[in-house]
Design a protein around this ligand. Structure first.
Ligand SMILES: [Zn+2]
Length: 102
């Protein structure tokens, strides 16, 4: 029984170490099929990382469409660098709408 337990413990340890190594070093243990699907991931990935840039209408900063805050106003999507700018723009929009209707 003790021998079996030792084998079991060894197997658990082996899979645990392999799991950690895979997490830390994904390239070393990657399977061929995975490599074929993403051929030049490490070299090309960073160059194409930045997506479309849009101008923040409040402060004028250019922000990444994929990561920035955005909200649509009258069917037009606006992008903001922060929630501060979003709130400012909301206030501007509401005041514009109120002045027009009155
Ligand atoms: Zn801003």
């Amino acid at each position: 029984m003790r021998f079996l337990f030792q084998i079991l413990a060894f197997l658990v340890l082996f899979y645990f170490v392999r799991y950690i190594l895979r997490a830390l070093l994904p390239g070393m243990f990657s399977q061929p099929s995975f490599d074929r699907s993403q051929p030049q991931n490490s070299s090309r990935g960073r160059a194409v990382k930045q997506g479309k840039m849009e101008k923040d209408p409040v402060c004028g900063t250019y922000v990444d469409v994929a990561t920035s805050l955005h909200e649509s106003f009258a069917g037009e999507t606006k992008y903001f660098c922060s929630s501060n700018c979003l709130n400012k723009f909301r206030q501007i929009r509401y005041s514009e709408r109120n002045s027009k209707s009155v």
